[in-house]
Design a protein around this ligand. Structure first.
Ligand code: NOJ
Length: 507
């Protein structure tokens, strides 16, 4: 233990000096990449697929997308899925995380009708992966709600958990014989805060300070329903695991004062504690201090009850502990102040409820995404924090990645630097006793980056969106990631000998 500690200290200061044997990912660590249905699939109306909220929004309000693009074709995985799997084999991936399009499986959202074509597409995708020993990690919901359910209120409808359970049953019935890693929801914060409490994701409801909190409650209950369904009716025969993925960026104090430390804590509670605390904390329910703050603000603002709904005792017990692992999507960090950098926010809104200032140091390298800088040790901070707070759960990094502009080409040294630093942090976390069992790089290939359209590229593979065939070409980072997966070691001096990708034997 002591030796490991000394080595990791050396590695932190001077990773280039550490030899291969000293810092190694375990053989059973799952290295993968991640994608999401709407961002890659295309085939938006193929066969009997139903409309989802992104189809609806991009078709009816194309101006909300930066470049006016949409996911109608995207990377056309619907027709290129074999090439996707070929790329996974080229990289030597252990696992691949992707999501199912609810309205491709259930065109109307409820379990009648079930689309035979939708089921067949995912069967083919999964079987193609399994043929080459690639473990599928499947997200049930990555933001593309069937429009028909949105018309009924979507996540703000108290029946939402029942709808989600119904969908989950169809999914487990059809794919659970082969899929052993389930993720119910991807990034509740983005679904609820951005989709319901803002205009930065579909369905652009902008119900600030109200819709976002309703969504949080019913999303968490829906997760628990799908978890218990799996646990009670499928787990013993199918033998898999079921968890949730939450976006956990790091929010640290700007200065080491009690005020700033508390400001950072409140911001963390509002950003991801709303979803993590009910599931992973011992006491259950929404985070304490943030709950008190919203209740107080609501009263001052003249509401008869808090805008943040409560869980009943029964609901709290139902949700508490309902996850086999904590999926972390991590990208960046922010410094939080109680008194500095405070901006005016809409009233009521989550950010007004939080009422703290945010600062990002200029020296942190900037990606093509305004919100994404490379911040020192942010994965390590997040994993250590969650590990301590929630008593050493099993973790996967289910997303982590770096964006570049469309013109940036195939030589992506900034992405390589980012990935290497992030993976060093993962090793640090493992050394510190965090049960981190896998890492999914975002993303396998360039894709439709939501409101930013095609203007920000996250891919290890470049995709040519001008070409109807959507050819994919490996970037330099793909070769570097491949080498890390193969050797289980981060060699900071590794340079690919060629830019020609091949499949190694055994794949
Ligand atoms: C997290 C989301 O899950 C994914 O859909 C998105 O593309 C990446 N972040 C990058 O913004």
């Amino acid at each position: 233990m002591k030796v490991a500690l000394v080595l990791s200290v050396i590695a932190l200061g001077c990773s280039a000096l550490v030899t291969k044997q000293e810092r190694r990912f375990p053989d059973d660590f799952l290295f993968g990449t991640a994608t999401a249905s709407y961002q890659i699939e295309g085939g938006w109306n193929a066969d009997d697929k139903g409309e989802n909220i992104w189809d609806h929004m991009t078709h009816n309000h194309p101006n909300v997308i930066k470049d006016g693009s949409n996911g109608d074709v995207a990377a056309d995985t619907y027709h290129n899925y074999k090439r996707d799997v070929e790329m996974m084999r080229e990289l030597g991936l252990d696992a691949y995380r992707f999501s199912l399009s609810w309205s491709r499986i259930l065109p109307d959202g409820l379990s009648n009708p079930v689309s035979a074509a939708g089921i067949a597409f995912y069967n083919n995708y999964i079987d193609e992966m399994l043929k080459y020993g690639i473990t599928p990690m499947v997200t049930l919901y990555h933001w593309d709600l069937p429009q028909k359910l949105q018309d009924l209120g979507g996540f703000a409808n108290p029946l939402f958990p029942d709808w989600f359970e119904e969908y989950a049953r169809v999914v487990y019935d059809n794919f659970g014989d082969r899929v052993k890693h389930w993720i119910t929801f991807n990034e509740p914060r983005e679904i609820c805060l951005e989709g319901y409490g803002s205009t930065t994701k579909a369905p652009i409801l902008n119900a600030t300070g109200i819709g976002s909190y309703l969504c949080a409650k019913y999303l968490v209950l829906a997760h628990a329903k799908a978890y218990h369904l799996y646990n009670n009716e499928y787990k013993s025969s199918q033998g898999g695991e079921c968890g949730i993925t939450i976006s956990v960026n790091w929010f640290g104090p700007l200065t080491d004062t009690e005020e700033d430390r508390f400001a950072a804590e409140i911001r963390r509670q509002a950003e991801w504690g709303l979803y993590a605390e009910p599931i992973f904390s011992e006491q259950g329910g929404f985070p304490k201090e943030f709950t008190e703050r919203v209740a107080q603000k609501s009263a001052e603002q003249g509401y008869r009850s808090s805008r943040l709904p409560e869980f009943t005792e029964e609901e709290k017990q139902f949700v508490r502990g309902a996850s086999d692992f904590f999926g972390v999507n991590h990208y960046t960090a922010y410094l939080i102040s109680a008194t500095e950098h405070i901006t005016q926010n809409v009233v009521p809104s989550l950010y007004d409820d939080v009422g703290v200032g945010v600062y990002v140091p200029e020296e942190w390298p900037q990606s093509a995404s305004s919100w994404l800088t490379e911040s020192p040790d942010s994965i390590l901070n997040v994993l250590n924090h969650l590990n301590q707070k929630y008593n050493n759960p099993k973790f996967y990094i289910t997303e982590n990645g770096w964006s570049s502009p469309p013109s940036s080409g195939l030589i992506d040294d900034d992405r390589i630097r980012y990935y290497r630093a992030a993976l060093e942090n993962c090793l640090d976390a493992i050394d510190a006793g965090v049960r981190l069992q896998g890492y999914m790089a975002w993303s396998l290939m360039d894709n439709f980056e939501w409101m930013e359209g095609l203007t920000e590229r996250f891919g290890l593979y470049h995709v040519d969106f001008e070409d109807p065939l959507r050819p994919r070409t490996a970037r330099k980072s793909a070769f570097v990631y491949k080498e890390i997966i193969k050797t289980r070691v981060i060699d900071h001096s590794y340079e690919p000998a060629t830019m020609t990708m091949t499949i190694d034997e055994g794949r």
